[in-house]
Design a protein around this ligand. Sequence first.
Ligand code: LLP
Length: 463
Amino acid sequence: MSRSAHPAGPRHADVLPEGHYTAPATDLNVLDEKVWSRTVTRDDAGALTVGGIEVARLAEEFGTPAYFLDESDFRARCRAWADAFGPDADVFYAGKAFLSRAVVRWLTEEGLNLDVCSGGELATALDAGMPADRIAFHGNNKTVAEIERAVEAGVGRIVLDSFQEIVRVSHIAQRLGTRQRVQIRVTVGVEAHTHEFIATAHEDQKFGIALADGQAAEAVRRALTLDGLELIGIHSHIGSQIFDMAGFEVSARRVVQLLAAVRDEHGVELPEIDLGGGLGIAYTSEDDPREPHEIAKALSDIVTRECEAAGLATPRISVEPGRAIVGPTAFTLYEVGTIKPLEGLRTYVSVDGGMSDNIRTALYDAEYSVALVSRSSDAEPMLVRVVGKHCESGDIVVKDAFLPADLAPGDLIAVPATGAYCRSMASNYNHALRPPVVAVRDGRAHVIVRRETEEDLLRLDVG
Ligand code: LLP
């Protein structure tokens, strides 16, 4: 499809649904730096550039849809987290947000550790050279083969998620003639203020062992007595896309109380606590995320205070941010296809991707913003819904946003903050080919995960 501007774009700024939506006060050409990665800017002609490269050039070379990941921003965020927590704490990047060999190399170089939660993520980490002792292995139902692989590789810790797993890891470590460092994941009973599907600290869900009814204390009892295990600490992850530190405070307090109970019962002071990930990022201008140094200070203050009160030495703290590191570093670039104005309602703008490259809107009601990026425009704002090309009406990428009313087929639009849980949750629905991830840095762009091809699809189809 040509990228030349369409002469007669629809004009619907005057037909916004009554009451609900007011056109933004800000100029649509202005990029809110909260939601865009650090090297994104508009050039003199009004086109968006990232890492010094103009989007039209990127689209020409790599096609659309595609994720463009700002490597220097990714590295800067890794450093910000590592610096904020300092040498007495550990930052584990949560690979589920987005993992590839290049990402593993960047993490290794920037001194971060890595949390993996499947054999596939573990294989990627090891293949790309992450030292095994910097890997934490998670999951509520790790297979025996996965546990064997992790123990054999010498991962730094396995986070035990159930009573069965305590026994399983103990047996496997003994069989392999080693002692595996482990943490126990507990559910602290916090109601995190986030979408139900990504809240993980309440008790009625699949993860972890409950603190409330003494289960966690019993898990510690067993882990301390079984051979093959070295219990190094307690783990708690309360959920994702959380802004309010209150949940982390409650979680830290309850975990420290467990450490004190363990000390009282067993005379053992467990040396580590992991408070998980889940720190929120800005998807739209409405979101106000905290900086890593504020988070680090808040967490270390509460742990130190609670430990002092309990007469415990302060344990080594670790955290597992995924989204907060990679989320803001990438945007998805789409080409506008069909445009369907609905009088009195909104304009549907279809792009060449959709729920196969971003399922978060359909799955969690996630909110995103969007901008016209191949040019600037002085046209009036029009209320749009950005939708994909899949055979499903819930195939929505951005539910409500404003784009200039002269938007036309062939324009490039970009959805920022898609670095986390978009490529990693991408699907082949309707036999869509999953988009590439292109790393951009200092005027250079290179593919780190290539676009799928029809051959890739057909290769698996062996019937
Ligand atoms: N640690 C553990 C044990 C986790 O389960 C998770 C996320 C993290 C760390 C990283 O959380 P983050 O900092 O990235 O929020 N697909 C959902 C998110 C699921 C998160 C699962 N666990 C989404 O797109 O929002």
